[in-house]
Design a protein around this ligand. Structure first.
Ligand SMILES: Nc1ncnc2c1ncn2[C@@H]1O[C@H](COP(=O)(O)OP(=O)(O)OP(=O)(O)O)[C@@H](O)[C@H]1O
Ligand SMILES: [Mg+2]
Length: 257
């Protein structure tokens, strides 16, 4: 497998037609009962990053690009299951549940989508674009007191993605984006439930730093491809496209540091 280095400014890898050889999937441990994953034909691409890092923007741009290239694409994300998404919204509105219960409900939401959306789409050969995956859920649970081992065990049934892109952006930039969108900082995005500070700005920075420290070890252990997301969307998208093309061509490209 060829190796290239991306500096954050993209360079297009030489195409290697026909070199795509990935087949089947594995999990981090157990699997959903009755699921057959070795024969799945599709591709699972995860876009991770903090709140406001541009995940949805990049998913939309990538979705369009892949469809133009002739791929069938399905987007998925958190809180989109038929089973419990409404219950999660309700629990968030009233801040009704403890952190362990919240983590377990998010796991149910994820499992339902994995079983009923992601695996069937991969079975049909789709490219599945996940706007967040188990990594955000693990990070949120751990910063609220779960151990790393507990979080990893909770999600051991998850499929290992073919590619996990991490949009890396500075907290000040995230804060400006949140402000220009909502003229305020969101209660949950600021981690206000954790009692880090009564001041929402201070809480936001503390909370984002805690999450970032979790993403840092995951980036190593789960082989994230980090992209400098402090740049305009088109520049970020150029790097996203280059890395995804590398995936299809079987070319490995190293993250920027
Ligand atoms: N690279 C970028 N540079 C500047 N602004 C951006 C960039 N990417 C996205 N934005 C803008 O920042 C805001 C957040 O982007 P987006 O909704 O894509 O992020 P997100 O990570 O999906 O956020 P959320 O966590 O709220 O779902 C939007 O107003 C979007 O237009
Ligand atoms: Mg979004």
């Amino acid at each position: 497998m060829a190796t290239r280095r991306s500096s954050g400014q993209s360079s297009t890898p030489a195409p290697r037609p026909g070199s795509r050889s990935r087949t089947g999937f594995s999990t981090y441990g157990t699997r959903l009962p009755g699921s057959v994953i070795e024969t799945l034909r599709g591709t699972l691409i995860v876009i991770e990053g903090a709140d406001g890092s541009g995940r949805t923007t990049e998913c939309e741009l990538l979705h369009e690009h892949l469809e133009v290239q002739g791929h069938a694409v399905l987007e998925t994300g958190l809180r989109r299951s038929n089973l419990v998404s409404e219950q999660i919204d309700e629990a968030k509105r009233g801040n009704l549940l403890g952190s362990t219960t919240m983590a377990l409900i998010y796991a149910v939401d994820f499992a339902d989508q994995l079983e009923n959306k992601i695996i069937p789409a991969l079975s049909a050969g789709y490219v599945v674009l996940a706007d967040r995956y188990i990594f955000t859920l693990m990070a949120r649970a751990i910063v609220r007191g779960a151990t790393q081992e507990w979080a990893q065990r909770l999600y051991q049934f998850a499929l290992k993605p073919n590619l996990t892109i991490f949009l890396d952006s500075r907290p000040e930039i995230l804060m400006h984006r949140a402000f220009s969108r909502y003229q305020s900082l969101d209660y949950w995005e600021s981690g206000m439930d954790m009692g880090l500070s009564t001041d929402r700005f201070e809480s936001f920075f503390k909370y984002q730093a805690l999450l970032k420290s979790q993403f840092d070890w995951m980036a190593r252990d789960y082989d994230f491809y980090r992209i400098n997301a402090n740049r305009p969307p088109e520049e970020v998208h150029r790097d996203v496209r280059t890395r995804v093309q590398g995936l299809f061509d079987g070319v490995r490209i190293e993250s920027y540091r």
